[in-house]
Write a protein that binds this ligand. Sequence first.
Ligand SMILES: Cc1cc2nc3c(=O)[nH]c(=O)nc-3n(C[C@H](O)[C@H](O)[C@H](O)COP(=O)(O)OP(=O)(O)OC[C@H]3O[C@@H](n4cnc5c(N)ncnc54)[C@H](O)[C@@H]3O)c2cc1C
Length: 488
Amino acid sequence: MDKKIYIIGSGFSSLAASCYLSKEGYDVTVLEKNDSLGGRARQFKKEGFTFDLGPSWYWMPDVFERFFADFGKKPSDYYTLDKLSPGYEVYFGKNDSIKISDKLPEIYELFESIEKGSSKYLKSFLDSAKSNYDTAIKDLVYKPGVSPLELVNSTTIARVTQFFSTIRKQVRKNIKNEKLIEILEFPVLFLGAKPSNTPAFYNFMNYADFGLGTWHPRGGMYKVIEGMVSLATSLGVDFSKNANVEKIITDANNSVKGLVVNGEEIATNLVLSGADYHHTETLLDKNLRQYSESYWSKKTFAPSSLLFYVGFDTKIKNASHHTLFFDTDFDRHAEEIYDNPKWPSAPLFYANFTSMTDVTSAPEGKEAGFFLIPLAPGIKDTEELRELYFNKIMNRFEEITNQEVKKNVIFKRSFCVKDFEEEYNSYKGNAYGMANTLLQTAFLRPKIKSSKVNNLFFTGQLTVPGPGVPPALISGKIATDLIKKSQK
Ligand SMILES: Cc1cc2nc3c(=O)[nH]c(=O)nc-3n(C[C@H](O)[C@H](O)[C@H](O)COP(=O)(O)OP(=O)(O)OC[C@H]3O[C@@H](n4cnc5c(N)ncnc54)[C@H](O)[C@@H]3O)c2cc1C
């Protein structure tokens, strides 16, 4: 007999879980408060332009392959992937940029041309990164985060020092050129913390970057969401949009009894939430919450962001599909996010122009531009500040890339702290969850299974394994395994 389960939210983790649970014979309904599916990975279309609202870097293609293979499918059954070449470009000043090739031998040449001897170090660094990748991504990240023993095996014991050193120390000990250092420190920013606060073991992100490459699903990341929704639907999952979950109802034994959705009560005794963990706990009576406000306030959250989706009526020059602007002080901006939260004095920013490689994202002769400034979560967010920072980065963009583009803006839409809070119920408007620092890794993260409410489970970027699209897919699988185990 099918067992009924409701899933709150339709982000990557919820969609992954919906597929796995359905395959296991559960009768699954996904409840999404917004009018479209995909959570932070929703899509925005305007005047012939198409933007991914959130994620744009498709890294770790093997994780997506593994997900679809669990259902006898391949990513290519749902979308077409292109490997980007260059993978991305990093600006350090006016007319001063480095393009990261999609071929390792060319990356070694680049390093050697900038710092003699650095390619030799890079080779051994990437060997260690690959070996960590094999340990972490093929095994450790699929663990449920229940016990510290999950992290203990012969490989991790041999690398224990890497958990207590940081990426920053590891890189700086061996590379002296600031540009190369910043390029090697960049991938761990996806984990949501500073390189100086991220264990060296996480250098597997460097293997994901240089070793596996940067990919683009033709039509954008939203094609992945569409693929997963299509898979889920074929497995029998029901989707309900504009379905705001307002309360999780429990009985006298502290077991899930139902949900209040748009004011109406639905009976169910099994719930998985892919909505932000903190928010989900606010749907419970206070005594049934596992983590206090003070617990959350002490955690290191990944940054929030100020985002702009911009339609240009011209093609942009001197930039790549993914372009990073590291022409200001990295450490100062990091300090203004994590240590001394304030609007950044001179922000680093990231831009993508998917229409440079993907004709589907803008009308001919035009460019779709996405700009992102990382910000401290919970920071004051006003229209005036958004506008001020739009002008700041546009001026820098024009100056650094040597062109005028402000006059070519047809429209722009912004998205910031308040929108993250309102649209996704995100804690302090964080963009991509809780950071993966040493003390917020694996069994030290908020748990998938509630210890206070029977039959309530969590998935997504605030629980294991952490932020990012590949971890969200994995989180959905882990949550399913725990649900299955608990229902035996
Ligand atoms: C700007 C940005 C850029 C990013 N870039 C990348 C990238 O390039 N590569 C990468 O791998 N990752 C990236 N990420 C991170 C990645 O997008 C996320 O880690 C991932 O999408 C999170 O998925 P999730 O399922 O945990 O949560 P979400 O996508 O947030 O899904 C949660 C869902 O729950 C819904 N919800 C909340 N409350 C309720 C309620 N009460 N009732 C019903 N529904 C509710 C929300 O509306 C939402 O749809 C980025 C994120 C952002 C924001």
